[in-house]
Design a protein around this ligand. Sequence first.
Ligand SMILES: [Zn+2]
Ligand SMILES: [Zn+2]
Length: 356
Amino acid sequence: MSELRKDPIIDRWVIIAAERGRRPTDYHSPRPTPGGVACPLCVGNERMTPSEIWAVRPGGSAPNGPGWQVRVVPNKYPALRVEGSAERRGLGNFDLMDGIGAHEIIIESPDHDWRMADGPPEAIAQVLLAWQLRLSDLYRDERLRYCVIFRNHGAEAGATLSHPHSQIMAIPVVPQRVKDKLQAAREYFERKERCIFCDVLNQELALGERVVIDNGRFVAFAPFASRFPFELAIYPKQHAHDFASIDEPGRLALAEVLQQCLLHLRPALGWPAYNFILNVSPNRVPRPGKPHFWSTLQFDYHWHIEILPRVTHIAGFEWGTGFYINPVSPEEAARFLRDEIARPAGEEGEVSGRDG
Ligand SMILES: [Zn+2]
Ligand SMILES: [Zn+2]
């Protein structure tokens, strides 16, 4: 029997249609075969990218050459550029503005075949640091109102380069989808004087059935109204609205949870394409005519990560309704991942080891 579930934060409906007789692992993706084209993100090919903005260079090597561990460069084909004005124009009742913003690539490793799932957490923590520093720097430009940090992993998730990388895009408006979430969180706080994300998290911890990992600082769980098989959310356990403020032990703790999540998706899904989205607060620089814009964020917003494996297809029904159909219940996905994590290393599960 399928079930309609509503996301408690943004009121989005999902159809959980767990099909009888199908197992969670029926959504396995094969490992992609590498192509033979020179990769512009590989070590030694630094000249193929625009000049670097920031890099981790432990030996103090010169910029734009080898010797780096993480490297941030502008996107060679940016969707948005820094030059221009943030002013809005009208054309009749249509709204227009210059395509200002920033679009940067975080090259997460010099090694083309490195995968975040392989760790170690120290390497992932350097990527998290790059995200924090770029986010803080971009928010110094008050024209840039929102930053989204994401990874498209695999062709089905929209990745055009297979080298491990993430992207940061800064845009001159707060997108409606983000505004809906921020507004829902603010209204909830006004009514209850509690953060809705903290409430969701505490409820998940009390129930336990959808929790995958809890390492004391971060919790990964399969959301109640998951849109995709094995969709995961990662929340900091302590209320926090500002991703940029996590300290070094926090980065390591988050890196550990991230690695565990990505690693244990493999026995379930093989080498799935996925989208990873880091939901941060908007830029809190006061706006003309709106001096109190998002001034309550520190109480009512809670940054979080979404991992969305792309093993099912978004088609007409999803575009036409905004609903999603998820054939794997989040309870089943969480149980599967918990069992994988608990399994002693080396011991093969039902399907693990099939592809890696
Ligand atoms: Zn490469
Ligand atoms: Zn909170």
